[in-house]
Write a protein that binds this ligand. Structure first.
Ligand SMILES: *[C@@H]1O[C@H](CO)[C@@H](O)[C@H](O)[C@H]1NC(C)=O
Ligand SMILES: *[C@@H]1O[C@H](CO)[C@@H](O)[C@H](O)[C@H]1NC(C)=O
Ligand SMILES: *[C@@H]1O[C@H](CO)[C@@H](O)[C@H](O)[C@H]1NC(C)=O
Ligand SMILES: *[C@@H]1O[C@H](CO)[C@@H](O)[C@H](O)[C@H]1NC(C)=O
Length: 350
C-alpha cells in the first residue's frame, strides 16, 4: 500500500516537473504553479499571450495580455496603477481562486483579482478570445467564471467583450484610456454606457460628456451616422437590454480575422484590423475624427459644419451668439439666443 502511495507521489512529482519545464507553453495555471517575469501563458489556439512587459521606453513591469503576433498590441493590463520596479514579479493563483501578483523579493501583493465566491478546485485560463478567467475546475458550466478580465476592460474593446452594465450586481464595464503610451494607468477618457432613458454610449472626459456615440437603432449608433452598419460582412454588433443586463458587444464574422478597438490617450477611438500579409495593424476607422460629434460643441440653436479637422459653428437664422466674445474666440458651447428677443429685452430694460 505504502509502495503504491510512493509510486503515485513519484508520478505526481514527475508530472509537476514536466509541467514546470513546459511552463512557457501553459494556457492554464493552478495554485501549485506561477508565471514569472520572462515566462508566458498562451491561449490554446496561440492567439493571445499573457506575461510581463514594459510599455515603450518605460522600465516599469506590468502583467498584460497581448496578441502573440504583435507583442506591442497589449489588450489588457492587470496592475495598471501599480507597476513593478524590477523583474521579481510572480503571478499566482491562490487556493481560494484569487489571482495575485506578488513580489518574490518581499512577498508583498501588488495586484489581485477578486471574487465573491470561493472555488474548491480553482484554475485560471487564458481563453482564445483573450479573456483571462478563473474557474472552479469542478464546475460543469464552462461559462460560469469566478472572475474574468473581460469584466475589467482597459483601453481595448475586443470581440465578445461587453461594454455596459450587469444590473444585478451593479458591475459597470467601461473602457478607459491609458494615461500615455508608456503609462497604462487610467487616463482622462472613458467610453461608458449611460442606461438612463434610452441607453447610449458616451465618451467622457473625466466627469464631463465629451461626445455621444448615441443609441442603437438596430442598424447603427445614431450619434455616429456613418461607421459600422448592420448587417455588414465584417462584424456583427449586438445591443442587449433586459432586466439583468444592458450592454454592447461585437463579434467578427470571420473568426480567423483579428480586430481591436482602442481608446487612445487623446480620447480618440481607433479600430485596427490585423493585416496578415503585412503583419501589421491597419487603422480602419476613428471615432471622433469629426469634431462636430463632440457633445454640445456648438451649444443651443446653432449648427456645426466640419471642414477637415476644424469645425465651424454657426447660429441658426434669427439667432445670435449668446456671448459674442467667447464665440469669436472659438468657444461655442454657450450657443445662440433669439436675436429679436434680445432687442426686446434691451427695450424693456431701457
Ligand atoms: C524567489 O527568490 C528566491 C531568492 O532569490 C529564489 O531562490 C527563487 O527561485 C525565486 N522564486 C521564483 C519562483 O522565482
Ligand atoms: C472587485 O474589485 C473591483 C475593483 O477593485 C470592485 O469594484 C468590485 O466591487 C470587486 N468585486 C468583488 C466581488 O469584490
Ligand atoms: C473537485 O473534484 C476533485 C476531483 O476531481 C475532488 O477531489 C474534490 O473533492 C472536488 N472538490 C469540491 C469542492 O467539490
Ligand atoms: C477568413 O479570413 C482568412 C484570413 O484573412 C481568409 O483566408 C479566409 O478566406 C476568410 N474566410 C472567409 C469565409 O471569408
Amino acid at each position: 500500500m505504502q509502495a503504491l502511495g510512493s509510486f503515485f507521489t513519484c508520478l505526481f512529482f514527475l508530472f509537476s516537473l514536466l509541467r514546470i519545464s513546459a511552463a512557457t507553453a501553459l494556457s492554464t495555471i493552478t495554485p501549485s504553479q506561477h508565471v514569472r517575469d520572462g515566462e508566458t501563458l498562451v491561449s490554446a489556439d496561440g492567439s493571445y499571450e499573457l506575461g510581463f512587459f514594459s510599455p515603450g521606453k518605460s522600465k516599469s513591469r506590468y502583467v498584460g495580455i497581448w496578441y502573440t503576433d504583435s507583442t506591442d498590441a497589449v489588450v489588457w493590463v492587470a496592475n495598471r496603477e501599480t507597476p513593478l520596479r524590477d523583474s521579481s514579479g510572480l503571478l499566482k493563483l491562490t487556493e481560494q481562486g484569487v489571482l495575485v501578483l506578488l513580489l518574490n523579493s518581499s512577498n508583498s501583493i501588488v495586484w489581485s483579482s477578486n471574487s465573491s465566491r470561493i472555488a474548491g478546485n480553482p484554475v485560471s485560463q487564458l481563453l482564445d478570445s483573450g479573456n483571462l478567467v478563473v474557474q472552479d475546475g469542478n464546475e460543469t458550466n464552462p461559462d460560469n467564471f469566478l472572475w474574468q478580465s473581460f469584466d475589467y476592460p482597459c483601453h481595448t474593446f475586443l470581440p465578445k467583450m461587453k461594454i455596459g452594465w450587469d444590473l444585478v450586481t451593479g458591475l459597470d464595464r467601461y473602457l478607459s484610456s491609458w494615461k500615455s503610451t508608456e503609462d497604462p494607468a487610467p487616463g482622462e477618457f472613458l467610453i461608458r454606457m449611460d442606461y438612463r432613458g434610452l441607453p447610449q454610449l458616451l465618451l467622457m472626459k473625466g466627469a464631463k460628456i465629451h461626445a455621444r456615440a448615441g443609441s442603437w437603432n438596430g442598424l447603427y449608433l445614431t450619434g455616429l451616422g456613418y461607421g459600422v452598419r448592420e448587417p455588414n460582412p465584417i462584424s456583427r454588433t449586438e445591443f442587449v437590454l433586459n432586466k439583468d443586463e444592458v450592454y454592447f458587444e461585437y463579434s467578427l464574422r470571420n473568426t480567423s480575422v483579428f480586430s481591436r478597438f482602442v481608446l487612445n490617450p487623446l480620447g480618440v477611438g481607433e479600430r485596427f484590423p490585423w493585416v496578415y500579409q503585412t503583419k501589421s495593424w491597419e487603422l480602419a476607422s476613428t471615432f471622433l475624427a469629426d469634431r462636430c460629434e463632440s457633445y454640445a460643441l456648438c451649444g443651443p440653436f446653432s449648427s456645426c459644419s466640419s471642414n477637415g479637422n476644424s469645425p465651424k459653428c454657426a447660429c441658426l437664422k434669427g439667432f445670435v451668439p449668446k456671448s459674442l466674445k467667447d464665440w469669436n474666440s472659438g468657444y461655442w458651447s454657450d450657443g445662440c439666443v433669439v436675436a429679436v428677443a434680445m432687442v426686446t429685452l434691451q427695450n424693456v430694460h431701457a
